[in-house]
Write a protein that binds this ligand. Structure first.
Ligand code: DC
Length: 235
């Protein structure tokens, strides 16, 4: 059975899209590309270099010259990929709370999005890829073979993030996490350029009441459904 070669997955922060996409990519032998990691990497570098995030030209120039490499390398820390820049492994650093707080601002800069668009399209052009983000089905890969929009309620997403932080031994406050996610949702959905949007032709998957395993199975079913329909069309 043939599977879709390019799979675009969008959805809000902590909806489970990365976890589900990563697990499915391993099962079907596809490359998983979490595009949020690119925006996070640029944000980390901008913070490290003490750039003024309101200076669009400076941050855009950084996005253009930054060499960010995302590889499928795994380690025993639960990572889904490895992010490298200038020979430095920044996979953990890009998930720091300071990056969480600033990434929406950086990802709303048109020059930053333009710099990353081509990189993302080039990776997807090789095929057999699951690419996850906010604007993959709408802007980056409008012709993706299959588009999925993964959603979950704010409460459920905050609770998941809380447990994730707590199990990593990090301090966690549910109210603060919920508020941070709500703010990021608002910023990601209301920005002028490439806002988080559900593409009209995307299959909707709500994981609020699903376990991780159930959500993975649900995505696999969506892939099989796509294949069945394709087969049907070709007959
Ligand atoms: O998926 P994530 O939480 O790691 O994404 C981090 C930020 O990057 C998110 O707040 C919005 C931005 N982003 C984006 O604007 N477009 C994408 N395709 C992916 C992420």
């Amino acid at each position: 059975m043939s599977l879709p070669s390019t799979i675009a997955v969008d959805g809000p922060a902590s909806s489970g899209k990365s976890t589900v996409s990563f697990a499915v990519s391993r099962r079907i032998g596809y490359l998983f590309v979490d595009t949020g990691a690119f925006y996070r990497a640029i944000t980390l570098l901008a913070l490290e270099q003490h750039l003024d995030l309101d200076n669009f030209a400076e941050v855009s120039a950084l996005a253009e010259r930054a060499q960010i490499d995302i590889t499928p390398e795994l380690a025993d820390d639960g990572r889904q990929y490895t992010v490298m820049t200038d020979g430095r492994d920044i996979t953990a650093a890009i998930h720091a709370p300071e990056v969480d707080a600033a990434v929406s601002k950086v990802s709303a800069i048109p020059g930053v999005r333009a710099a990353l668009l081509n990189t993302q399209r080039k990776i997807a052009a090789r095929g057999r890829v699951i690419m996850a983000g906010r604007d993959i089905g709408t802007i980056v890969l409008p012709d993706a073979d299959l588009k999925i929009y993964i959603d979950a309620s704010l409460e459920e997403r905050a609770t998941r993030r809380y447990h994730q932080r707590a199990s990593n031994g990090e301090s966690a406050d549910l109210d603060a996490i919920r508020e941070a996610i709500r703010k990021r949702d608002e910023a990601d959905s209301q920005r002028a350029i490439s806002p988080l949007l559900r593409a009209p032709d995307a299959v909707y998957l709500d994981t609020s009441h699903l376990t991780q395993l159930e959500a993975i199975e649900a995505m696999i079913r969506i892939l099989h459904e796509w294949s069945r329909e394709k087969n049907h069309e070709q007959r």
